[in-house]
Design a binder for this molecule. Structure first.
Ligand code: SD4
Length: 342
């Protein structure tokens, strides 16, 4: 699709979406910010076509992950390869306490990982509650390419990984084990989100050929109940890609993101002409509206359109993302609905 036809498509999509509910999953057709769900084609600066390629990813660890993705994108590689290679950097880093190897364990001391990946053709793969495998994103991609399924979980996912040459490793690093043992002394059951102002990595990329892909991977909420799965491996919740419109990913309290089909919600709004920031804000507003108590409920969304527009928004301040374009790799702070200090 040419750049012009892409832009035309967005405009057409916003016209063609008349009468569609904002989000079929959430079952609402009313905007929580009081806007009509139908928007005119966006004319704001944010809607200008950016030079391709572009990759964005959640939190500060996104900077390093973006570097690996950029190596592929800058050589005219495929966005899907870029997002896989990118998030593998965070997964493989033992210092990252929220993703892959070195991730915080559940309350019983087991590191269990969730991840999913999706391309511009609605091909997707996912693993959840996976143990002892360092790079769940690559297992998710194998599920996508080598099976007729979308999602494998637990022992089955691990067996599939081992059958496909992945190596079994202990993912609980000594420092993380020590922290967990400290936590056990009080054992306060309150899954901890966003402890160090960085967490799950969600990555979205648009390559030189205009192909969109996304990946999302996490060790989930620290000290969660054994068996708990969050939003990150769930297509439509932690990640969603519509190859003709845009892509979104989520971070934060997975239960709230699942309840609202968060990433799908955002992409449907992009389809109706919302800018990425507006769409992400609307998803946060919706989560705010459907929860009686949002104290400490952090969620953040990040979106990228087929035009290369980017935006994010979170419930509480502190959410940011890394963006790599031909202008370099930079951190961008997002607006939020609430402030921790309030
Ligand atoms: C989860 N969404 O498992 C993940 C955790 C996360 O920022 O993203 N925290 O609920």
């Amino acid at each position: 699709m040419s750049d012009k036809s892409r832009r035309d498509f967005i405009k057409l999509a916003s016209v063609g979406a008349a009468g569609l509910a904002v989000n079929a999953c959430a079952g609402t057709d009313e905007s929580s910010t009081g806007k009509t769900p139908q928007k005119e084609a966006v004319t704001s600066k944010e809607n200008e076509l950016k030079e391709l390629p572009i990759v964005v990813s959640t939190w500060k660890h996104g900077l390093k992950a973006n570097e690996a993705a950029w190596e592929i994108l800058s050589e005219s590689g495929y966005a899907l390869d870029a997002v896989e290679a990118g998030v593998r950097v965070s997964e493989s880093d033992p210092m990252e306490r929220s993703v892959g190897y070195g991730g915080r364990p559940d309350r019983d001391g087991h590191v269990t990982l969730d991840a999913c990946i999706m391309n511009e053709l609605y091909d997707c793969g996912s693993v959840a509650f996976l143990r002892d495998i360092k790079n769940p994103i690559s297992v998710a991609r194998k599920v996508m390419t080598d099976t007729p399924h979308v999602m494998l979980v637990g022992e089955g996912a691990k067996q599939f990984a081992l059958d496909n040459g992945f190596v079994e490793e202990d993912l609980l690093v000594p420092d993380s084990e020590k922290e967990w043992k400290e936590w056990l002394k009080e054992s306060e059951y309150k899954p901890v989100i966003n402890i160090e102002n960085h967490d799950t990595i969600g990555m979205l990329a648009l390559d030189n050929k205009g192909r969109l892909s996304g990946a999302c991977t996490t060790s989930g909420a620290a000290y969660k109940l054994h068996g708990r799965v969050g939003d990150s491996p769930i297509i439509g919740a932690g990640l969603y890609v519509d190859g003709e419109v845009g892509a979104a990913c989520a971070t934060g309290l997975g239960e709230a993101v699942i309840r609202s089909c968060g990433s799908h919600f955002v992409v449907q709004l992009l389809k109706q002409g919302y800018t990425p920031t507006e769409a992400c804000q609307e998803a946060v507003e919706h989560i705010h509206k459907i929860h009686k108590n949002v104290e400490g409920l952090q969620v953040g969304f990040l979106a990228l359109t087929i035009d290369g527009q980017v935006g994010g928004y979170s419930m509480y301040n502190g959410f940011n993302f890394a963006q790599y374009t031909n202008d370099g790799n930079v951190m961008i702070d997002c607006e939020s609905k609430l402030r921790w200090e309030d």
